[in-house]
Design a protein around this ligand. Structure first.
Ligand SMILES: NCCCC[C@H](N)C(=O)NCC(=O)O
Length: 450
């Protein structure tokens, strides 16, 4: 029987599918980053110390790492499919951000503690942790959706555009958080994030209709493939050296970017004398740069390849950035902004090469699990590094006080970030060597000519 024209072959339909799920992720990134520029305000208004802030920030990954939620999410994605997993993930994000808001606004009795943490901090962190499960599972689901619609087509460009739109969410969060919090209250930016997330959830429900239609056209091929999941797949992924190298590169690279950004607003104000109204906007610059550059690099990779080399270049740029930030005598604001722009380029190069590379190493049926395992390892860093930096700041870096909060010397935290960046370059090099040896095709173009 002659098949009807496949939906994924329609340019308008596949790019619309991308647009819809990208909006969901944009809302997720907005919420993810909205608290970061507020660090000093949280200290002044709610009495959050650097340790509290590090604990809260790391909580994003706590359930993903310690209750293996990302792993269950990945298994669920491969076993039960995109629609159910994605819907659940978006619901979890909305529930999580609501609890976070409650933790920030409810009145707890003086000195109330939960498991050694201030009650408000603990509840906000618990909400952020639930949000983190939803955001990460939504992330792997969307990555699999893109691979499903774009494999053998503009995979790199599509992944680049999704990441770029997510960066708009981050940039918006960094720019609006302080002005909105100053005008209304420190919790208002979270309310805006909650509203955006609800629209993102609806968007995903709309996408699910398209996904179902595509599966019908494929004669449920995808569904059949999904139900074939087995633990043999997990074993196959884990014995693949490419998996370990990508996962290590991912945890090291992203540990130097996301946790750094969470503290960077304070670095801008404390070290470079930038006003707190502008600091968030500058910290959002890498996201803005990535917005433009990730699709450009994605497109170059689609046509020309060189993925492994590009990951090395991005890692090398990261060393440059963090090393210069660590030098105590370099304090001009211009340098701070220049380095943020370089970080933006690195932050575009590595993801645009890394995520399509995973789709080259593993077949579609293993993709959910493979992304989940990689994100799981990445989340260990996203949990551990903010806690480590918060602790270092509190114990060793307080150099004074303003009327309302501490002043910090960021030299030691920046040396720590430089160390992680150096390790990421070594791993990127090993990945390039492994690519030659095992023939993953990471240096080859993504677009397959037929
Ligand atoms: N602050 C966002 C954390 C997102 C983590 C996610 N696992 C991820 O790596 N996404 C890809 C990206 O480049 O944003």
């Amino acid at each position: 029987m002659k098949k009807q024209e496949n939906l994924r072959n329609s340019v308008a339909v596949r790019w619309s599918a991308l647009g819809i799920v990208s909006f969901t992720m944009m809302a997720a990134y907005f919420v993810n980053d909205i608290m970061a520029p507020l660090k000093s305000m949280l200290e002044a208004n709610l009495g959050w110390t650097s340790i509290d802030f590090g604990f809260f920030t790391g909580a994003y990954s706590f359930l993903n790492v310690f209750l293996l939620m990302l792993i269950w999410g990945g298994l669920m994605l491969d076993k039960f499919g995109i629609r159910l997993t994605g819907k659940l993930a978006t619901i979890l994000m909305v529930v999580g951000v609501s609890l976070q808001y409650y933790g920030m606004t409810a009145h707890f009795s003086e000195g109330a503690m939960i498991i050694g943490h201030k009650a408000g901090v603990f509840i906000a962190a618990a909400g952020y942790s639930i949000f983190g499960v939803g955001a990460e599972v939504a992330g792997i689901t969307v990555t699999k959706i893109i691979a499903k619609w774009f494999r053998g087509k503009e995979l790199g460009t599509a992944m680049g555009i999704q990441v770029a739109l997510a960066r708009i969410g981050s940039q918006a969060a960094y720019s609006v958080a302080i002005p909105v919090a100053k005008h209304f209250s420190v919790s208002t930016p979270v309310v805006i994030g909650g509203g955006l997330l609800m629209v993102g959830m609806l968007a995903f429900f709309i996408y699910s209709v398209m996904d179902k239609r595509l599966d019908r056209q494929d004669d449920y091929e995808e569904e059949k493939e999904e139900s074939q999941f087995s633990f043999k797949d997990v074993k196959e992924i884990l014995v693949n050296p490419g998996f370990w190298l990508i996962a290590l590169l991912c945890v090291l690279f992203y540990s130097c970017v996301f946790p750094f950004q969470k503290f960077a607003s304070e670095l801008m104000t404390n070290k470079y004398g930038i006003s707190d109204d502008l600091a968030g906007t500058f910290v959002g610059l890498p996201a803005l740069g990535a917005l433009i550059l990730t699709p450009v690099f994605g497109n170059v990779l689609d046509r020309k390849g060189k993925g492994a080399s590009i990951m090395m270049l991005g890692a090398a740029m990261l060393i440059f950035v963090h090393f210069l930030y660590s030098l105590p005598w370099v304090t001009h604001w211009f340098v701070a902004i220049f380095l943020m722009l370089v970080l933006g380029i690195a932050f575009s190069l590595v993801p645009s090469a890394m995520w399509p590379s995973v789709a080259k190493i593993f077949p579609t049926r293993q993709l959910g699990t493979a992304y989940a395992l990689i994100f799981f390892i990445q989340n260990i860093g996203l949990w551990g590094v903010p806690n480590l930096i918060g602790w270092i700041l509190d114990k060793y870096c307080v150099i004074g006080h303003t009327g309302e909060n501490n002043l910090y010397d960021y030299t030691v935290p920046m040396v720590v970030f430089t160390g992680f960046a150096t390790l990421s370059l070594i791993v990127a090099y090993l990945l390039k060597v492994a690519d030659k040896r095992y023939g993953y095709g990471l240096e080859k173009p993504n677009i397959v000519k037929v």
